[in-house]
Design a protein around this ligand. Structure first.
Ligand SMILES: Cc1cc2nc3c(=O)[nH]c(=O)nc-3n(C[C@H](O)[C@H](O)[C@H](O)COP(=O)(O)O)c2cc1C
Length: 195
């Protein structure tokens, strides 16, 4: 239980979506580096009811997601760029984090958040990355220095069996994960106080 917990949220309703595959690659790297991981992929996100603040009762998947993020030491979010912004599916999951508002660590407070954007062009990739980082700031999280953008129209980032198709994609996803983990380990280190 001492190992840091990294939670991945993202993907689309399409089985084997690039976003979910990117998260699987990143979380596998985190596990090799000694972390525990939990993935909420496209099917999990599609099972979430629309977030409705006036309805406090929670579906089992909603509770699982909220509890996982509450316990998380770091978070990875992957979204496609849809019409120049993040998808409604992923945003619906982030809206649910309102349930963490009253926590000692509200929302994503004290946690690094690695952002991955899949897009059909560089313009959509860039604006969506930037908008998602703004959302992470609003949730009091710490976006990592690196944000990963993958242009799925330029080349396929993954092979059909879920491996990275090239070294650049692999290296970017690993670096992003390393940054989330480094922050998580730093945040767990007791502060050294002057005598
Ligand atoms: C409804 C819809 C809207 C999209 N809008 C954009 C867009 O504005 N900019 C862009 O670069 N790509 C856009 N795309 C392309 C997707 O971002 C791209 O195909 C991405 O790889 C999808 O994610 P996936 O591979 O994980 O399924 C759009 C795709 C769909 C289905």
């Amino acid at each position: 239980m001492n190992a840091p917990l990294i939670v991945g949220i993202g993907g689309t309703t399409r089985p084997g979506s690039s976003g979910e595959t990117a998260l699987r690659v990143a979380l596998a790297h985190a596990e090799r580096a000694g972390a525990r991981t939990r993935l909420f992929g496209g099917a999990d996100l599609a099972a979430l009811p629309h977030y409705a603040p006036e309805h406090p009762e929670r579906h089992a998947v909603q509770t699982e997601l909220v509890e996982a993020v509450r316990a998380a030491d770091g978070v990875l979010i992957a979204t496609p760029s849809y019409h120049g912004g993040m998808s409604g599916l992923v945003k619906n999951a982030l809206d649910l984090l309102e349930d963490l508002r009253g926590d000692a660590r509200p929302y994503l407070d004290g946690r690094a958040v690695g952002v991955i954007v899949l897009a059909g062009g560089w313009q959509g990739a860039g604006v969506t990355l930037s908008a998602l980082r703004d959302i992470v700031h609003a949730l009091r999280g710490w976006p990592t220095p690196l944000g990963v953008t993958l242009n799925t129209a330029a080349s396929r980032p993954f092979t059909p069996d879920g491996e990275c198709a090239d070294d650049t994609t692999r290296s970017q996803l690993h670096t992003l994960t390393d940054q989330v983990l480094a922050f998580a380990r730093m945040a767990r280190t007791p502060a050294v106080t002057g005598a």
